[in-house]
Design a protein around this ligand. Structure first.
Ligand code: HEC
Ligand code: HEC
Ligand code: HEC
Ligand code: HEC
Ligand code: HEC
Length: 456
């Protein structure tokens, strides 16, 4: 029995009055909201889609409408988090907790664990229209761990308010036009008290935040149109587009990290040394790259040269010497993710390749998540410490050098050197091991630049 029901029963028995039965449920937030709102308090997206045609089609393509049904989410919850919650008391709360953000209707209904996606329950609706448009605020000082307050009713929370429309009433609620609204799910604190997802906290520190640019400005940009054409909507100059595109959209990733490359020496002799300098900059995001599910993402810089006769040479990044740097340089030897073996009870599990398909010696921009034994993990709920944060901060550049001792027999002529930034949503070794669909781990090109020096 969910604790809220226990409380109601206690109240009835101890207080000896039936008053509580008539009172409308007071909205509660976070873990306390478990089981507080039956499914039928929320309209399905198909209802809203009758009038809000374009917004509904946009949202249906976004990851938030697939936050429960998407294959990798199903695998991670049912094959790692749920079994782990049953054997390790420290992480027992994730059985419910994952759903507070990924299957909020199931969480609020107390339908835990939710039925598998194939069963077609209302858990599948994920972060739905009526869920977001029933959020009235959040509890406490910092938005995190689904501490949004939902008050579902026939009134939709909006930002304009006072609209004379035929669909439903609207409550003007400035909260929807804040980054804190998004932060209720885009910040996550794990059982060790670590910020294992901190997109909103990162944004707070960003130049964009200081300039008043919020999440909605980049992920829901305004366009002229009508949000409910033929159904009483008005033509407006600034309808918020429900794109919510992120790392799952190659076009959103394209150019989000820029790279420029130059050689310090423009004319060199065979056998001498040439230093290539790559400047990378997070030019487009109002938070770290990678952000959010940083435990899974691999963003790396690959530098390759082609000599005058077409011979190819892979250049390894120079070490800078900071603590924990080895986590940021790809190694085909390094192993990690041993906790998958612990959770799945695999005898003598050796771990999986830490960096998957990333070529040896490439620079990786990452934040290593470390399990209680100090091994790298993709289980953000099992994270007891972090390695060095070597991600790319908004509107900041970083230089990486590649010192290359030219072979004595390198052909004279032009050498073209190319730097490429790649992005993989999930480290390929984990994807292969767990049978996650290949598009989740494919390498997506973010940006590329080439330069030339001459061997004389
Ligand atoms: C019968 C048609 C209809 C249905 C169904 C409908 N809406 Fe609306 N809605 C409208 C109209 C018309 C407007 C006014 C648009 C305008 O102001 O131009 C509107 C406005 C809104 C606004 C903007 C409010 C503001 O002032 O900022 C929100 C948010 C909204 N609807 C959400 C929803 C959600 C969520 C659902 C499903 C639970 C839904 N609507 C279902 C017709 C409908
Ligand atoms: C992740 C939360 C979220 C989801 C899911 C969501 N919305 Fe919204 N919606 C918002 C926010 C936030 C705004 C206001 C953005 C702003 O003005 O900064 C908004 C604005 C709107 C507006 C007003 C648009 C305008 O500019 O006049 C309508 C209408 C609307 N939503 C309908 C829907 C419908 C229909 C769905 C489902 C198909 C939906 N929303 C799904 C968060 C959400
Ligand atoms: C109720 C919780 C909740 C709220 C509120 C919420 N999100 Fe999300 N969001 C999620 C979840 C869960 C996912 C992950 C979906 C998945 O499984 O891939 C997600 C995914 C996303 C993605 C896609 C990331 C990718 O990998 O492509 C973007 C972009 C995003 N959200 C932006 C926003 C913005 C902007 C807001 C505020 C207007 C917001 N979200 C509010 C829960 C939420
Ligand atoms: C200045 C524009 C800008 C702002 C402001 C911004 N974002 Fe982003 N966001 C981006 C870009 C560009 C990307 C694609 C690069 C990437 O995936 O890291 C992105 C990616 C994302 C992703 C996908 C990351 C991943 O690893 O899957 C999420 C989730 C997200 N943003 C949420 C938010 C939230 C929540 C806020 C507000 C707290 C916000 N963004 C503010 C531009 C912005
Ligand atoms: C506080 C809200 C929250 C909680 C709790 C939460 N998640 Fe998430 N999850 C998100 C958001 C937001 C994203 C998208 C982040 C991004 O793309 O940057 C996400 C992304 C993911 C992804 C990656 C999706 C992808 O396609 O790359 C998986 C898998 C996932 N979560 C599983 C889980 C599991 C399992 C749990 C419980 C142990 C959990 N999540 C708990 C909010 C949450």
């Amino acid at each position: 029995m969910p604790s809220s029901q226990v409380l109601v029963v206690l109240f009835l028995v101890v207080g000896g009055t039936a008053l509580a039965q008539d009172a409308a449920p007071t909205p509660v937030a976070g873990e306390a909201a478990l089981g507080s709102q039956p499914y039928d308090q929320f309209e399905p997206d198909s209802f809203c889609a009758e009038c809000h045609v374009d917004i509904a089609a946009q949202h249906a393509q976004s990851m938030m409408s697939q936050s429960y049904t998407h294959a990798w989410d199903e695998i991670e919850y049912f094959e790692l988090a749920l079994p782990h919650s049953q054997k390790e008391p420290k992480v027992a709360g994730v059985r419910e907790g994952c759903n507070g953000c990924h299957a909020p209707l199931a969480f609020l209904a107390g339908d835990i664990p939710p039925p598998r996606p194939s069963e077609g329950s209302r858990a599948n609706e994920g972060v739905s229209c009526d869920l977001c448009h029933s959020i009235v605020g959040f509890e406490g000082e910092v938005p995190f761990n689904f501490n949004y307050i939902v008050d579902p009713s026939d009134v939709e929370q909006g930002v304009r308010g006072g609209t004379d429309n035929m669909g439903h009433d609207v409550q003007a609620n400035p909260f929807l036009h804040t980054s804190e609204f998004c932060g209720t799910c885009h910040n996550e604190k794990d059982p060790w008290g670590l910020w294992v997802k901190a997109t909103h906290l990162e944004w707070q520190e960003s130049p964009q935040a200081k300039a008043g640019i919020i999440c909605q400005d980049c992920h829901m940009p305004p366009a002229a149109g009508n949000s409910a054409p033929d159904m009483g909507g008005e033509d407006r100059a600034d309808i918020r587009q429900h794109l919510f595109h992120g790392a799952h959209d190659a076009a959103k990733l394209a150019g989000s990290v820029e790279v420029r490359l130059h050689a310090r020496q423009v004319e060199v002799k065979p056998g001498s040394e040439v230093v290539m300098v790559a400047t990378v900059v997070n030019a487009k995001a109002g938070h770290m790259i990678p952000t959010g599910s940083a435990e899974e993402r691999v963003v790396w810089l690959h530098v390759e040269a082609e000599d005058a006769k077409g011979g190819r040479h892979h250049l390894r990044v120079d070490r800078k010497g900071f603590e924990g740097e080895s986590y940021t340089i790809a190694s085909t030897e390094a192993l990690a993710y041993h906790d998958i073996g612990d959770i799945q009870e695999i005898e003598a599990f050796p771990g999986l390749s830490r960096d998957g398909d990333v070529p040896d010696g490439d620079r990786i921009f990452r934040l290593p998540y470390l399990d209680p034994q100090g091994r790298m993990t993709v289980a953000q709920w099992n994270t007891a410490a972090f390695g060095p944060d070597y991600r790319l901060a908004p509107l900041q550049a970083r230089n990486e050098t590649f010192t290359w001792q030219l072979p004595k027999d390198v052909p004279v002529g032009a050498v073209e050197v190319t730097a490429t930034v790649w992005y993989s949503k999930l480290v390929s070794s984990v994807a292969e091991f767990l049978g996650v669909p290949p598009e989740e781990s494919e390498a997506v090109m973010v940006s590329q630049h080439s330069t030339v020096f001459t061997v004389k």
